[in-house]
Write a protein that binds this ligand. Structure first.
Ligand code: ATP
Ligand code: MG
Length: 542
């Protein structure tokens, strides 16, 4: 963890008091799956707790039963564990404190600091004013304490319809902080809650519940994203008025992660998922934790990425290439090398006999020799990549050109002599001559597979989901959806891979890192996800 500004604040608190026990929390709302932005917050909260021998709670911020689901709770827990973090003791829920929260609301009413509102949502908004215009007091602001207590009790008993009433704090309709212009504390919602079932029909707002839950759990540093900066005024107001004055938790804000060519906001993710342009929350093109995991990203790569981006107050968009460099770095040492051909083109070596077979023993990893060796076959018929052949000379082209030589990696030099085409004038195969030498200056090297040493394979190629850099900023982000974000290809891989484990990552030489997702079974082809290409230029490889 870099020495970020939050760590500096914590160090200072510890210097002042060596018995100081750091307590943080990660407070997801169970209304969607976690994404890489959440991973930033998870790494920050859990790493701080771990580093300073403190605790980090997992607390579901479950105050809106209409949007929350048990399946989201389960996926969130799974993702945090997969990232390698353990929360302190039992999983916590804001709903654990519904009784206490209700009592605290009553306390505010008794101190004439809250009142039952009958204006509707739009009227409340209108009365609230703007940054330029001060707010106006509600005609219901001056009810008596007794009347407020009775009405709030009746709200709780389910005697009013949804939206007809709410509880508001009585603060200051002229405050320069709009959040302090009598914010709503409780609203009526008739919906079954995943934890408390039908026990409640009034639910606290985030701003009311969060600070109290933090205080009840003894959180010391309540870390959230920058859009809550103004809410801090309300956070401290509520705690002060409720007499949490002995070591109250403090809120600190940091910038949200935004990543190029993707969206992270759950609201927008839901639009995308409902449109069926992606295959649910776990689609490998999404930057949800489960999507990344399915694609083949490792927990280490995500944690490395979070470490690299750091924690600041500057809001900027992070380049996708940074995330890609992290997964390449993590997979580089652990992934065995293999050869695969995604867009095959056949080569026939004319000066080799039909049944010619030569074995080469090659290292599975150029640096990690302990990964051992394997045998590859060199035979009369082989596959190379279509992109590695050109009929004509092209600038900066390093592949095989008609009439020119190329070196086959680990094997010999070949020269392209003739193209055989089918009726539709498409290339059928290329006739080549081989030279039994392995080294020649100034010629390129390409990968290849002997037909005898290959099995058919399917490749799922994932590309950026949105063409524009910052789709979150676009009014209609769906317009920049990349229709080439998913491409299915059929090619070949070395046969040895069929005997190897599933969910195993390989580096296919010159192409990229791939995750084996399916084994060859009857009628089912062995299948791979492209986790990341070797270079950025392959990102839109079709
Ligand atoms: P979203 O905008 O994706 O719906 P949210 O803030 O509503 O996010 P929560 O479930 O409330 O989602 O978030 C839990 C925690 O994760 C919060 O503390 C929040 O600040 C943090 N968080 C959410 N998105 C990001 C992000 N992009 N970068 C960093 N932290 C984030
Ligand atoms: Mg939220």
């Amino acid at each position: 963890m870099k020495n970020n500004f939050i760590k500096k604040i914590i160090k200072k608190s510890i210097l002042k008091n060596t018995n100081y026990k750091i307590k943080t929390r990660f407070p997801p709302e169970p209304n969607g799956y976690l994404h890489i932005g959440h991973a930033k917050s998870i790494c920050l909260n859990f790493n701080i707790a771990n580093k300073y021998n403190g605790q980090c709670n997992l607390r579901f911020d479950d105050t809106n039963p209409k949007k929350e689901k048990k399946k989201y709770i389960d996926s969130i827990k799974k993702d945090i564990k997969w990232l390698g973090f353990n929360w302190y003791k039992k999983t916590k829920y804001t709903s654990n404190y519904f009784n206490q929260l209700y009592q605290y609301a009553v306390q505010l009413i008794k101190e004439n600091l809250a009142y039952v509102e009958e204006l509707n949502k739009n009227e409340i908004k209108k009365y609230r004013g703007t940054l330029k215009k001060v707010g106006k007091k509600s005609p219901f602001r001056n009810r008596t304490i007794k009347e407020n207590l009775i009405l709030f009790e009746k709200m709780k008993l389910g005697m009013f319809p949804e939206g007809s009433m709410c509880l508001r704090a009585k603060i200051n309709m002229k405050s320069p902080y709009i959040i302090l212009r009598d914010p709503v504390l409780y609203r009526i919602i008739y919906a079954k809650h995943h934890q408390t079932k039908n026990e409640w029909c009034i639910y606290p707002m985030y701003d009311f519940a969060h600070c109290i839950a933090d205080a009840l759990e003894g959180i010391t540093h309540s870390l959230c994203t920058l859009e809550f900066q103004d809410n801090r005024q309300l956070y401290t107001w509520i705690l002060k008025k409720l007499n949490f004055i002995q070591k109250p938790p403090k809120q600190y804000e940091f910038s949200k992660l935004t990543l190029e060519h993707t969206i992270l906001s759950k609201r927008k993710l839901k639009i995308l998922i409902n449109s069926k342009l992606v295959n649910g929350w776990e689609d490998p093109r999404l930057h949800t934790i489960s999507g990344l995991r399915n694609r083949g990203y490792t927990k280490n790569s995500i944690r490395m990425f979070c470490k690299k981006i750091g924690v600041t107050k500057q809001q900027n968009i992070i380049e996708l290439s940074l995330l890609e460099s992290c997964i390449r770095k993590d997979l580089n040492m652990s992934s065995p090398r293999r050869m695969a051909i995604i867009n095959p083109i056949k080569i026939i070596i004319t000066n080799l006999p039909e049944d010619y077979i030569e074995n080469f023993s090659v290292f599975n990893h150029p640096q990690a020799k302990e990964m051992g060796t394997r045998k590859i076959l060199f035979t009369k018929e082989i596959y190379i990549e279509k992109e590695d052949f050109s009929q004509k000379k092209r600038e900066n082209y390093r592949g095989l050109i008609l009439g020119k030589k190329i070196r086959l990696k680990y094997a010999y030099i070949i020269k392209a002599k003739k193209i055989l085409k089918n009726k539709n004038n498409e290339i059928n195969c290329i006739l080549c001559k081989y030279y039994p030498k392995k080294i020649e200056k100034k010629i390129g090297i390409i990968h290849w597979i002997s037909i005898k040493n290959s099995i058919p394979a399917q490749f799922q190629l994932f590309n950026i989901l949105f063409i524009c850099k910052n789709p979150e900023k676009q009014d209609n982000f769906m317009q920049s959806y990349n229709s080439n974000s998913y491409i299915l290809k059929q090619g070949y891989v070395e046969s040895i891979i069929n005997q190897e484990k599933i969910n195993h990552a390989y580096q296919f030489e010159r192409i990229g890192y791939f995750l084996k997702t399916k084994q060859e079974k009857t009628k089912q082809m062995i299948s791979f996800n492209r986790i990341v290409s070797l270079k950025n230029k392959y990102r839109n490889f079709i």
